[in-house]
Ligand binder design. Structure first.
Ligand code: PEP
Ligand code: MN
Length: 266
């Protein structure tokens, strides 16, 4: 293996092992400028271990921005080159897995709308056979731990060695304080059943709004989560998706500075 490839691989391993694991970046990659400058400002905080960006976006209704598609993958490569941050992308099909890996995405994640569908999870898992890449699995949108466990099992059976969990809350009908109710007890039960897997919390998709992001992130750390995935954007109000919940990289830093971490994370 060439030295550069080897050190990139080591950077991913270091990030994966880091506690707290902090993944941040925009809900969606929109333009090269937006992605690269978000990444640079995140790297400048010195607090972020991995850059996330949605390339293919599963939207509830048609006619909304459905992601920039594969054309955004070289932007992620560039952001990684400039900042040294390993990259993470959501994948829902075999083609997306192949495209992401072709452009050296370091970590893949399965989104909540995919975890609910065993056919899709199996397709992604099959595309991962023989591929050595860490995979994070979000909880399904409905509160069903068996479905979440089933997705973990499918990916594990495909030979993926590094699997992590993301708790992003559960959807329900009607308005509530949260966009997706955290139902912390379910995440804790999943954590208890999978003590060997890291579990991080995604307060952005739980809250759906900025004002309760901090308290939710703090709660996750108090509950012994291994890290956080928080959406960030250089101009949150004008984001092409999830505008209400994204924060600037600088606000993210403030939040991370204010969180009371577990002793072993300090
Ligand atoms: C996302 O992370 O941008 C996303 C679509 O999340 P979820 O799958 O949790 O809805
Ligand atoms: Mn989002």
């Amino acid at each position: 293996m060439q030295a550069a490839a080897q050190s990139a691989k080591q950077a991913v391993q270091d990030a994966w092992a880091k506690r707290p694991l902090i993944i941040s970046g925009p809900c969606s990659a929109e333009t090269e400028e937006q992605l690269v400058s978000t990444a640079q400002r995140l790297a400048a905080t010195g607090k972020v271990n991995m850059l996330r960006a949605g390339i293919w976006k599963p939207r509830t209704k048609p006619g909304m921005f459905e992601g920039i598609g594969a054309k955004g993958l070289p932007w992620l490569q560039k952001a990684k080159e400039l900042t040294g941050l390993p990259t993470a992308v959501e994948v829902a099909t075999a083609k997306q897995v192949q495209d992401a890996l072709t452009f050296d995405v370091d970590v893949l994640w399965i989104g909540a709308r995919t975890t609910v569908n065993p056919f899709s999870v199996q397709e992604v898992a099959d595309a991962l056979r023989g591929v050595d890449v860490p995979v994070l699995i979000k909880n399904p949108i409905n509160p069903d731990l068996e479905l979440w466990s089933g997705a973990v099992e499918r990916v594990a059976r495909a030979g993926v060695k590094q699997i992590g969990l993301i708790h992003r809350g559960f959807s329900s009908y009607g308005n509530s304080e949260y966009r997706n109710a955290p139902m912390w007890h379910l995440a804790i039960e999943m954590k208890r059943r999978n003590l060997e897997l890291p579990i991080i919390n995604d307060p952005s998709h739980i809250c759906g709004r900025r004002d309760i992001l901090f308290s939710t992130a703090q709660k996750a750390i108090d509950l012994d989560f291994d890290g956080l995935m928080i959406e960030s954007h250089i101009d949150p109000d004008n984001a092409w998706s999830d505008a209400k919940q994204q924060v600037t990289p600088e606000r993210l830093k403030e939040m991370l500075d204010e969180i009371i971490w577990r002793k072993e994370d300090i």
